[in-house]
Write a protein that binds this ligand. Sequence first.
Ligand SMILES: *Cc1c(COP(=O)(O)O)cnc(C)c1O
Length: 445
Amino acid sequence: MNHDESRDLYDRSLSVMPGGVNSSVRAVRPYPFFVERGDGAHVIDADGNRYTDYVMGYGPLLYGHDMPDPVRSAVQSYASDGPMYGAPTEIEVDHAEFVARHVPSVEKIRFVNSGTEATVSAVRLARGYTGRDKIVVMKGGYHGAQESTLVEGEPGDTAPSTKGIPESFAEHTIPVPFNDEAAIDEVFEEYGDDVAAVLTEPILGNTGIVHPVDGYLQHLRDVTEEHGSLLIFDEVITGFRVGGLQCAQGKFGVTPDVTTFGKIIGGGFPVGAIGGQAEIMERFTPSGDVFQSGTFSGHPVTMAAGHASLTYAAENDVYDYVNDLAETLRRGLTDIVAEKAPSYTVVGTDSMFKTVFTREGPDDLTDACEAGCAQRDACPRYDYCPKNGADVSNAETERWERIFWQEMKDRGVFLTANQFESQFVSYAHTEEDIEETLEAYKAAL
Ligand SMILES: *Cc1c(COP(=O)(O)O)cnc(C)c1O
């Protein structure tokens, strides 16, 4: 593969953008390929190389790169009417009604411009509503580039996980391991009356894909209820992907107080949203006393793209199609891994998938999960499959990123840049794409 154009473009980028990119994860080594355009489930780079794309914009692109006709015409029509106004528009109401109708926890919603902005606002809302300061988060969870969640350490001994955040900010954040009921119980015993919210992804989607063990999300629901804390599900990545239109909360049957959205809810345009019970949501200004505002919030083009995308999903077989195809892929991967690298774990659900390069596995794989780790305690892998962020970090992350990712790229398969980020099957992928992708895995593993 020739990458001359991409190399020259990265050379130019390095002079004018920090690290040559606008989002850290894109700076793959030695340099990223620059995308010229998308085509269905594929992207074509600046040198004319074509890849089957499972990055899908890191989550927003349920349909791949070709918008379904109604989405395309909605976007074109709203863009040409004039991009935005600073006054409300009908399409915001349409989209809000749609989300409130389908997502169990949502009575009212506020649209913002990114997942980060959504989690920042949700944390402020929880603190304002409860009058408490502390936030419990999961180690290995991701809530965007925000001050309250870029925190590491143990309860009582926390520190910012990046430069630029005052030590004192980290005092209010309590990280615990995902899937660990005892750890949550201990934190609530000690700090229960000070906890504004537990903020978690229902599935860790930015650290290898870690599925919750049976009963864990319900336990979070029970503990928060008992202590008067809010439960916030960050569904920026799972929203309108896992569990279809009801989102992961519907699939797992656990209803949080507040939900954050992003990615798919904007149909490929910049978006975030905070939804929840009316009584809580009304605390946002102007009805309440928790300040929240944004020039671009509820942007008509984004609202049109999001609403047309979700309406299309409601009226077509979108979720059945992507989930079935991803299951075929995960089943194929499970077989290949059993043969080539039996300690590795295939993870994912619905249209999400990943191969975690776990270092150890059982000797006998009889009756193991066949289509991605579901944390089934009868599975022989159960004691070996990742339960939390640390388990994923302890996998062969360097091999994944430096060898495997490159090998797949050279075979024309574009995967997310490291061991941690989820990959996605879209409505544009075909059986044939899946077969070719499995051949590439077989050769690269
Ligand atoms: C992507 C993501 C975010 C951040 O969203 P941005 O739009 O990148 O700011 C937050 N939470 C989760 C779970 C995400 O997957």
